[in-house]
Design a protein around this ligand. Structure first.
Ligand SMILES: Cc1ncc(COP(=O)(O)O)c(C=O)c1O
Length: 343
């Protein structure tokens, strides 16, 4: 599809414009020189969206568009205590005058900090249920969503719009299908060779990866994407991402079946002990980015994925003429709960 055809295919889907785009695609000359490797670029989706920014601003345009089009005034979603998706949902709903119910399957901490503090400031109703809610690789992402949907229905009642963890639906992915068009235009404007470009990004629920992957596929673009798993969260995770990308193509009238084996993800290698468990390599990567480029990454997502990218660069994973774009997905509020471990 041409970019115009893809944008036309997206148009029938209800969308709320919550973001100022395009986000910058900026060079990192000092970092590239200090690593002595291929040129590195930073796509600033940390500067995107309401409530402090981050990648979830893009899926939320379509998810909340769908919710409002269905007449829902109540939005339900869930995540871990420091979920950025949850925080950005709360902020967007505040702006739209929607009621938000946020579910956490953990104990209420004695002090609300980081994203939780912001969730409360945005006026969301917080539900803490310390029974476990998936995210320990014992269940698939889909099963977890089904269970939480049921629990939330019992507590919030009917008529609410249920948003799966991280916005994991084909409609949610449309935000990153649109981003593929945006990035393709930026690559062209910078006169980069798309066949040499790889976009590296953190993966939590796979919405961002599936959207970009399907988007570049639909554009017939040679741009590659490479997701770095940050969580070991879900049973048979690549199968869920493949299902999602397949769903996106079918939603846009361009059927294509993706298989788990095709998903461009490095699973488990750079996770460390688990989701939100700090890795020394991530702390070093955060410091490097902060001190050489003046950009702040977070310990749970972008810092872990950037540490993975540094390892891949060190191991010669990319061709010498490669152009690497690191997608900065945000997550800044999640830095504060780690304050005592960042020095
Ligand atoms: C800062 C940040 N980066 C990356 C991700 C992963 O995105 P996805 O869930 O689309 O894989 C998230 C998920 O919430 C996030 O908050």
């Amino acid at each position: 599809m041409t970019p115009e055809e893809l944008l036309a295919a997206l148009r029938p889907f209800p969308r709320l414009h919550l973001n100022y785009t395009p986000t910058p695609l900026q060079p990192m000359p000092r970092l590239s020189a200090s690593l002595g490797g291929p040129p590195l670029w930073l796509k600033r989706d940390d500067e995107l969206g309401p409530g402090g920014g981050g990648n979830k601003g893009r899926p939320l345009e379509f998810l909340l568009g769908e919710a409002v089009a269905q007449g829902s005034r109540k939005i339900v979603t869930f995540g871990r205590l420091q979920s950025n998706h949850v925080r950005m949902t709360a902020a967007a709903c505040a702006r739209l005058g929607l009621q938000t119910h946020l579910f956490f399957f953990e104990k209420r901490p004695s002090t609300l900090q980081g994203n939780l503090l912001l969730d409360q400031l945005f006026g969301a109703k917080l539900h803490f249920i310390p029974f476990g809610g998936g995210g320990d690789a014992s269940m698939t992402l889909e099963t977890t969503n089904r269970l939480v949907r049921l629990v939330s229905w019992l507590l919030v009642g009917p008529g609410a719009y249920f948003m799966p963890v991280g916005g994991h639906t084909a409609v949610g992915c449309l935000g990153y299908v649109a981003a593929a068009v945006e990035i393709q235009a930026q690559i062209a404007a910078l006169e980069l060779d798309p066949a040499r470009v790889t976009i590296v990004l953190p993966v939590g629920t796979g919405v961002t990866l599936a959207g970009l992957w399907a988007g570049f596929h639909l554009l017939g673009s040679p741009v590659r994407v490479l997701g770095i798993d940050v969580g070991k969260l879900w049973h048979t995770f690549p199968a869920s991402i493949a299902r999602l990308a397949t769903g996106v193509c079918s939603l846009l009238g361009q059927p294509r079946h993706f298989t788990a084996g095709e998903v461009p993800i490095i699973e488990k290698t750079y996770v460390g002990e688990g989701y939100s468990r700090l890795r020394a390599e991530a702390v070093a990567a955060i410091k490097l980015m902060a001190q050489v480029e003046g950009v702040v990454l977070d310990p749970v997502y972008s810092g872990k994925a950037f540490a993975g990218l540094l390892d891949l660069l060190g191991n010669g994973r990319f061709a010498p003429d490669a152009q690497i774009v690191f997608l900065h997905t945000g997550g800044l509020p999640g830095l504060w709960p780690y304050a005592d471990r960042m020095v």
